[in-house]
Write a protein that binds this ligand. Structure first.
Ligand code: CTP
Ligand code: CA
Length: 225
């Protein structure tokens, strides 16, 4: 679409974007985390504001500055992210899950700082599964016709893995990044293919995260009709 057509094509729509990476605490000072910067999610939020949407950005531990015009909800853990996304999704036209959500969290949280003791080996860290937010909101849509978008970084057979994940999650669109060739974490650019549940594939050449963001919103706006 041209810039002109895109301009206000999300006017009157509420969209939810999750961004960043969750942190799962072990004790008051330590956590299990990931390297997601939040740049892609923030680019999606800025692009949606520019296209006229009301935007709720659920941000997990990102250091980026709040996008002007978006409502920012800050979260730490996957469980907190789930709660914020489910709440915001209740009246949303579209939800884009760009956040890196931890698959597991420590089974127990130590209220006091974990200390080492002379001559003692450390306790193993036992993990439990976190909720799968994307699968949950896709299976249990808050609104008929709500468009749900996931992100996946894959290696090896990227497209086959992406197709299987799209089906497993039950979302409408899955943005698949090939990791390895160009680093995605923390970089300014991205290369991807957007897989749709209707079988279509939209390649997005290596370029700024803003381009990928606008491609995602083009596909969402087209499906919202
Ligand atoms: N996701 C989620 N909740 C989780 C894990 C992932 O909502 N507990 C979302 C991510 O935000 C992303 C999509 O699911 O949009 C795909 O994440 P990914 O880690 O690729 O999927 P997994 O099912 O966790 O598969 P894998 O075992 O390959 O990590
Ligand atoms: Ca995962």
């Amino acid at each position: 679409r041209s810039t002109e057509e895109r301009r206000q094509d999300l006017a009157g729509r509420h969209v939810v974007v999750s961004a960043g990476g969750t942190r799962e605490p072990l004790d008051p000072v330590r956590f299990l985390g990931n390297r997601s910067s939040g740049k892609q999610g923030y680019a999606l939020a800025r692009a949606a504001v520019a296209r006229g949407a009301r935007v709720t950005l659920v941000s997990a531990n990102s250091e980026l500055s709040d996008p002007a015009g978006a409502d920012v909800v800050r979260v730490g853990t996957a469980v907190q992210l789930r709660e914020a996304v489910v709440k915001a999704a209740a009246d949303a036209d579209a939800v884009v899950m760009a956040a890196a959500v931890a698959d597991f969290r420590p089974a127990k949280y130590a209220e006091g700082k974990i200390k080492k003791r002379d001559g003692q080996e450390p306790e193993p860290i036992v993990l439990v599964r976190n909720p799968d937010v994307l699968a949950e909101i896709s299976a249990d849509r808050a609104r008929p016709g709500q468009i749900i978008v996931g992100f996946a970084a894959e290696t090896d057979d990227v497209l086959a893995n992406g197709r299987a994940k799209l089906a497993r999650k039950g979302c409408d669109l899955l943005v698949v990044n090939e990791v390895g060739e160009h680093k995605t974490f923390g970089s300014e650019a991205n290369e991807a293919v957007v897989l749709a549940a209707d079988g279509t594939e939209t390649p997005v050449p290596y370029g700024p995260k803003e381009i990928l963001a606008d491609t995602v919103w083009d596909l969402v706006a087209g499906r919202l009709g």
